[in-house]
Design a protein around this ligand. Structure first.
Ligand SMILES: NC(=O)c1ccc[n+]([C@@H]2O[C@H](COP(=O)([O-])OP(=O)(O)OC[C@H]3O[C@@H](n4cnc5c(N)ncnc54)[C@H](OP(=O)(O)O)[C@@H]3O)[C@@H](O)[C@H]2O)c1
Length: 307
């Protein structure tokens, strides 16, 4: 049985490829850059682009199961919305015609939020709007898969621990992290946990028709994250607290669009006390019998990124 991993060079996809190879599976990887993919030698790496249908037959021939990376564009601004899950959806239709019988969909926690009732606190208009757009985009792709009649499992991760790589440059260069709200944080999920559940959903029948919200074990604040990374690299990292206004200016100077900066700030403000809109789940434990990987484990696994 050949398993296709799309998004195979991404954070979760790469991890999944390694876990499937370790499990002795025949893995095909789709990427737009096979020459620089750096995947294990056993993997059949093929050129493929969600936006170029003529590349799909070569990627999908002989494939029975697919890990589907979400090719959706999510851009929310205060006024405008743009959502497109169509190229990912057309890829799904083509895959079923080519013989694919099962999809494991990399989705997002927002896909499980009740429509029109995004669980952000009061006064979080930009965050609520962003979550609504995320919800729609990811849910549309999930529904596209469900409508094909193929078997499916939806994996809906909360916020990813790899988001902390956004601090890697300033940690490497200055041993500093600049953020507002040191007590803000979420139960960051390790990409290896998502990959592990994906392996189970691809290889066994136990998860067909399930939608899983995956998080890390507990809320870890930004200040705790920074301290944990410092421990992993055995050095001191300064947490430089920004005011909300300074944070907006800092992100915009770094190239974040202004309308993104607004919801990024509200996302952080939402979890100053408690886990905000993404409380921890025990899904990973229920599936594997083990606790989810901790942020300390993640920091140790990514030590080299911060040195
Ligand atoms: N960040 C979070 O906290 C979070 C939480 C939950 C869900 N999510 C969702 O997870 C996704 C994460 O995205 P990311 O930016 O972090 O991904 P990433 O890990 O950086 O991976 C991006 C992957 O997408 C592939 N890709 C991009 N465009 C492609 C195309 N046109 N055709 C084929 N492959 C393409 C890339 O492959 P090549 O470049 O090799 O072609 C790469 O493997 C988003 O959809 C997001 O909504 C994120």
């Amino acid at each position: 049985m050949t398993i296709l991993v799309t998004g195979a060079t991404g954070n979760t996809g790469r991890c999944l490829v390694h876990q499937l190879v370790d499990a002795g599976q025949a893995v095909r990887a789709m990427t737009r850059a096979p020459q620089t993919a750096h995947l294990p030698a056993a993997v059949d790496v093929r050129y493929g682009d969600f936006e170029q249908p003529d590349t799909w037959p070569g990627v999908l021939e002989g494939v029975e199961r697919v890990y589907l990376f979400p090719h959706v564009d999510v851009a929310a601004t205060s006024g405008a919305r743009f959502i497109d899950s169509a190229s990912g959806g057309r890829f799904v239709d083509h895959a079923v015609r080519a013989g694919v019988r099962r999809f494991v969909v990399h989705s997002a926690v927002a896909a499980g939020f009740p429509p029109g009732d995004e669980p952000a606190g009061p006064g979080r208009q930009y965050l609520k709007q962003h979550l609504a757009v995320e919800r729609q985009a990811h849910r549309e792709l999930e529904q596209w898969v469900e409508a094909t009649g193929a078997e499916w499992t939806h994996l809906r991760p909360g916020l990813l621990a790899v988001n902390a790589l956004g601090w890697a440059e300033s940690i490497r260069a200055e041993r500093v992290v600049r953020e507002p709200y040191p007590t803000s944080g979420y139960p960051w999920v390790h990409e290896a946990d998502i990959a592990e559940v994906a392996v189970a959903a691809l290889l066994t029948d136990a998860h067909v028709g399930a939608a899983y919200t995956l998080t890390g074990p507990d809320k870890i604040t930004h200040a705790e994250q920074v301290q944990t990374i410092a421990t992993a690299i055995d050095d001191i990292i300064r947490f430089e607290e920004l005011t909300p206004q300074q944070a907006l200016e800092h992100w915009i100077r770094d190239g974040v669009p202004a309308e993104y900066a607004d919801w990024m700030l509200e996302l952080r403000a939402d979890s100053i006390n408690g886990p905000g809109c993404i409380p921890p789940t025990d899904t990973f434990h229920q599936i594997t019998g083990r606790a989810p990987r901790s942020f300390a484990q993640w920091a140790s696994d990514h030590r080299a990124d911060f040195l």
